[in-house]
Design a protein around this ligand. Structure first.
Ligand code: ADP
Ligand code: MG
Length: 229
């Protein structure tokens, strides 16, 4: 599903450099990404989703060579092909919760909004205990509730790849478990691949594979730790 070769990335501001000789993630895998703050986890998700372009190397997602797409092609690829949960949620303040969840359909012409999609969006919000808050604006939700809206939005298009950046960061322990279960279950049902950044070591048992970011002599290292399953 994801194939990365000889990847090199540097922010224009300089300083940090991500070097990744090789990474392969199979379709349907559930992978946790762990590692210290600043080690490049978010940067890697931005590269895989085509928000950032590598300086060198190749990133394939499915049959797309993401790094060779134009800006507008990358945007279309991202909206239709990836369910993204950003660290900062990126909710649209003037839209209701339900409309935030349905936003991917409005952003991309290839995704047509059908009644079934509305029902699925409402159902996912209900699964995340937000069923009674669908008509509210994001400003009238708690941080944890906003985070769950972002998760519902990532699930609604049933994309083949879900990238989630610390999606449980603002949640209480019980909700954390529920949210990861939901992400795992929905990804599993759809045969989707899941990559999730987390600092929560208690959640690692739920993943088939754990990749640990580190640094050695200025280069990124990614160590495959034994997953629990
Ligand atoms: P992580 O998600 O593992 O905490 P990031 O991928 O966000 O780490 O950041 C990796 C490094 O890149 C950090 O040193 C961070 O300061 C730097 N960085 C992140 N975003 C930017 C940016 N937009 N411009 C310049 N440097 C950045
Ligand atoms: Mg990060």
């Amino acid at each position: 599903m994801i194939r990365i070769q000889d990847l090199s990335y540097r922010y224009p501001e300089g300083g940090f450099r991500l070097l990744l000789p090789e990474l392969d993630v199979a379709r349907g895998e559930a992978v946790a990404l762990i590692g210290p703050s600043g080690s490049g986890k978010t940067t890697l998700l931005r590269l895989i989703s085509g928000i950032l372009l590598p300086e060198a190397g190749r990133i394939h997602v499915g049959d797309q060579d993401v790094s060779s797409l134009s800006e507008s092609e990358r945007r279309a690829f991202r909206v239709a092909g990836i369910g993204l949960v950003f660290q900062e949620f990126e909710l649209v303040e003037y839209l209701s919760i339900l409309d935030n969840v349905l936003l991917p359909f409005r952003l991309h012409g290839r995704l047509r909004l059908r009644d079934a999609d509305r029902e699925r969006a409402a159902g996912t919000l209900q699964d995340l205990s937000l069923g009674d808050k669908m008509d509210r604006r994001p400003a009238h939700l708690s941080q944890g509730e906003r985070q769950r809206v972002a998760i519902a939005r990532a699930l609604v298009t049933e994309a083949p790849l879900i990238l989630a950046d610390e999606p449980t960061g603002n949640l209480d322990p019980q909700t954390k478990g529920q949210v990861v279960e939901l992400l795992r279950t929905k990804a599993g049902e759809a045969g989707a691949t899941l990559l999730m950044v987390t600092h929560d070591h208690a959640l690692l048992d739920l993943f088939g594979r754990v990749l640990e970011f580190g640094e050695e002599e200025g280069a990124t290292t990614l160590v495959d730790r034994e997953g629990a399953q």
